[in-house]
Each structure stands twice: as structure tokens, then as C-alpha cells.
Write a protein that binds this ligand. Structure first.
Ligand SMILES: [Zn+2]
Length: 122
């Protein structure tokens, strides 16, 4: 009844898109490899995850569509930038990744043709 209760054994956010991740309970079993309802990724524990600290930068990505969020995290996983999702689609990265993140978010939001561009159909 004591010991390792401080850290939940399950993620509460999808590592890919940041969507809240419900723990699936089936009878007496906890589903150990659930899929995200938003992006469909199967959650595994091998992606880098930033440990909480006083030195970190938070980006509110709640206004970005799912496909953009997953593009961002896919990129970060590829270049091994550690990150963490906080509540409400806030992406947290270390300060050393700030420039990289600014550029990355610029890139993915710039070339999203589905973004607000009413009346500009070719
Ligand atoms: Zn997801």
C-alpha cells in the first residue's frame, strides 16, 4: 500500500497527439496497449518523455488540428527531442529545444493547405 504509487503506470495523454487517453478496463484486465481514439497510434513506452522540471517551455497546441500535432511529435521523436504532453494539449519541451520548436511549428502551420484560407481554391 505504499512504495510505487506516486507514478501512474499508464500515460494519461497520447504521446503522439496529446489527446486524453482513457484507461480501458475490461473485466478484471487493464488494457495494456490501447490505441489512441484520436490518431490511432498504439501507445508504447519507448518514446522520449521529458521529466518535469523548472526549466521547460510550454506550447499550447490546442488550436492545431490533429494532423499537425502528430506531425510535430513525429518529427520530434525522429530527432529525439524529449517532450511531454500536459493537460489540454500543451506540449512541453526543454529550453534547449525552443528554437527548434519555433521553427518546426512555423513549418507545419505554414504548409497546412487546410488552414484558414477561405475563398482561395485554385
Ligand atoms: Zn493520439
Amino acid at each position: 500500500m505504499s512504495g510505487r504509487s506516486s507514478r501512474p503506470g499508464f500515460r494519461t495523454c497520447c504521446p503522439r497527439c496529446g489527446a486524453p487517453f482513457p484507461i480501458v478496463v475490461r473485466g478484471e484486465w487493464l488494457e495494456t496497449s490501447p490505441r489512441c481514439a484520436e490518431c490511432g497510434v498504439a501507445v508504447r513506452d519507448d518514446s522520449p518523455q521529458l521529466a518535469p522540471s523548472d526549466w521547460e517551455i510550454a506550447y499550447d497546441l490546442s488550436e492545431l488540428p490533429l494532423i499537425v500535432r502528430t506531425a510535430i511529435t513525429a518529427d520530434m521523436i525522429e530527432v529525439r527531442v524529449p517532450f511531454r504532453w500536459d493537460d489540454a494539449l500543451v506540449l512541453v519541451v526543454p529550453p534547449s529545444a525552443e528554437d527548434y520548436m519555433d521553427q518546426l511549428i512555423d513549418d507545419v502551420t505554414a504548409d497546412d493547405p487546410a488552414a484558414d484560407a477561405p475563398g482561395e481554391r485554385p
